[in-house]
Write a protein that binds this ligand. Structure first.
Ligand code: UD1
Ligand code: CA
Length: 436
């Protein structure tokens, strides 16, 4: 049945209300662009034939679309939503199945809802709306007897503005009939645009029922400006966090935590307040992320404790039961099971074995001004406090590096290494410097 449905997503608008140089549909929420949210959900709902109408920003938007096959339709001039759909006519005008029309700025629509809309559209049209407490800016749906109209906010009288049943931009129905009625739409006098919503003046001539389907506003809202994007982002965060809570994750003060869409979090994980989990984070079971930590592109195995106030990024992997403490930054590194890096360290481009102890203030000096170099530390290594490990360097298993050392030559297995100026003592020498 689904193969008999094509989806057309409109995303050619200039998005001027965003007041941003970035194309509107590339603005992100929960770490994913609006357009990718919609596309992913189209694919997940089983749609295979995806058409997308793009304008001047075509190249930029296409570059950002990953792993999804879309057919692009170019709308030369943004003359309105009806014109955008008309530009698809030469590609799908003759298609005899169902057409689902979506707008590119409705990032919160769920796959289940897409499925329901398609399922409920049988030899009929489905006009999708929602009830809003604050309907300003939306087209209002009016139903009188069997006649349905959508009046744009800009064209609405005071009375119509009071209506809170809003049009979402979604229409599903027999594709050919939609294109036929579309031909009849004239330029709107007030806005100078070809408004898709005027299709309802003509669609009723087709003798097929037009059903109004409603879903919650928090799935169908449109994003026209940054304030609305921020609101949608907040709703998405709520959704993401609710899912994690349902899966046995504890979030302390959840409103203060931000989690990207693709975080994978195991059971009995505890996340403390003010934590940011960015792109591609995996936290296996029983991990505890303490307050104010910033983690992205990182895999953390079970029973680790990280933070408070740490930064872990760029393809880092922590083994089981690793402890990362406060003011520690780790980048592009692999840390073995049971290793501790508890205070004030920078570990970059490193591989550290199991049961190692990296003392407070120890730093891997991975950058020589030209290249990034590797630090390799073995198992059961003890590195004292405040060491500088100048990469490329290897520190063998069970070796010991004394506190305050600057290490630039490899240290072998079982060896002790110290590299600091020798301490001198001048007996009673204090009086040379101070009189009292
Ligand atoms: C539109 C609807 C309104 C509805 C609201 C829901 C129309 C005329 N109005 O208003 O009834 O309540 O969405 O959010 O449809 N686009 C193009 N080419 C164009 C113009 C727009 O591709 O020439 C695309 C935009 O990129 C956008 C979508 O169409 O993704 C909707 O356009 P937008 O300007 O956001 O319409 P709204 O004013 O929000
Ligand atoms: Ca919109």
């Amino acid at each position: 049945m689904k193969n008999n449905t094509k989806v057309l997503i409109l995303a050619a608008g200039k998005g001027t209300r965003m007041k941003s140089a970035k194309p509107k549909v590339l603005h992100e929420l929960g770490g994913k662009s609006m357009i990718m949210h919609i596309l992913d959900n189209c694919v997940l709902s089983g749609l295979k034939d995806i058409y997308i109408v793009l304008g001047e920003d075509k190249g930029q938007i296409l570059n950002s679309i990953k792993n999804i096959k879309v057919k692009v339709i170019y709308q030369k001039k943004q003359l309105g939503t009806a014109d955008a759909i008309s530009s698809a006519k030469e590609y799908i005008g003759k298609f005899s199945g169902k057409l689902l029309i979506l707008y590119g700025d409705m990032p919160l629509i769920k796959k289940e809802t897409i499925k329901k809309i398609i399922k409920k559209t049988n030899n009929s049209f489905s006009l999708v709306g929602f009830v809003s407490k604050n309907p300003k800016g939306y087209g209002r749906i009016i139903k009188e007897n069997s006649q349905i109209a959508v009046i744009e906010d800009k064209n609405a009288s005071k009375e119509i503005k009071k209506i809170n049943l809003c049009y979402s931009g979604i229409l599903c129905g027999p594709s050919k009939e939609i294109f036929k009625s579309l031909n009849k739409i004239k330029k709107d006098k007030n806005t100078g645009e070809y408004l898709f919503t005027n299709i309802f003046n003509y669609l009723h001539y087709v003798e097929k029922p037009i059903n109004i389907l409603t879903f919650p506003e928090n799935e169908l809202l449109g994003v026209n400006n940054i304030k609305q994007l921020s609101h949608a982002d907040k709703l998405l965060q709520k959704r993401i966090k609710l899912n994690h809570l349902k899966n046995g994750v504890t979030l302390l003060c959840p409103d203060s935590i931000y989690i990207y869409f693709n975080a994978k979090i195991g059971k009995d994980v505890v996340i403390e307040p003010n934590v940011f989990l960015g792109n591609n984070v995996v936290l296996k079971s029983n991990v505890r992320v303490k307050s104010n930590s910033y983690i992205e592109d990182t895999y953390i195995n079970s029973f680790c404790e990280v933070g408070p106030t740490c930064r872990i990024r760029s393809n880092t992997q922590l083994g089981k039961n690793v402890k990362i403490g406060n003011f520690v930054e780790i980048k592009n590194s692999k840390i073995g099971n049971n290793t501790k890096i508890n205070h004030l360290s920078y570990i970059g481009d490193s591989i550290i074995g199991t049961k190692a102890n990296i003392g407070a203030g120890t730093i891997t000096c991975n950058y020589d001004g030209r290249n990034k170099n590797k630090t390799i530390i073995g198992n059961n290594v003890f590195i004292g406090s405040n060491c500088s490990l100048i990469a490329p360097i290897k520190i063998g298993d069970k070796s010991f590096v004394a506190a305050g050392s600057t290490i630039s030559s490899n240290v072998n297995k079982n060896d002790f290494s110290i590299a600091r100026a020798k301490q001198q003592i001048i007996k009673g020498g204090r009086n040379r410097f101070l009189k009292v």
